[in-house]
Design a protein around this ligand. Sequence first.
Ligand SMILES: [Zn+2]
Length: 161
Amino acid sequence: MGRWQGRARNVSEADMPTPMDLALSLAEAAAAGGEAPVGAVIVDGDTILAAERNRMRELNDPTAHAEFLAIRTALATRGTGRLDGCDLYVTLEPCAMCAGAIAHVRLRRVYYGAEDLKAGAIDNGVRLFESPNCHHHPEVIGGLGAKRSGELMRQFFQRLR
Ligand SMILES: [Zn+2]
């Protein structure tokens, strides 16, 4: 097990929910564009509100994480200032900034792929949603698509060396 691990959930590629499949495709597109391979999709029921990938290099913006961009797009799409009842699918465990944003917009559920042992802030690091200072606790389901996501991360960082 390396930095990008997944809990064994045994969701086969064929059974992968469509939004996570889309998020994984976006992660691949990010890698092809020289970005760290992370993709994120926000759904309201069956409706896709946002589908984004990392754009930190492209935008020269270290806050342009896939899920952060997806939150902003989904907010613009919905126009209510909240994303309660909506679910986020993201290929990598969100960082502290993104976990904070997830709590602020009150996403109902977070599905993420690989754990990020260094920068993750949900099941690693500060474990933001477990903090008494965090006033919204989304349901979290980790490890969905973790194998493919972790492999993309490993390939990307191997290429940088
Ligand atoms: Zn982030």
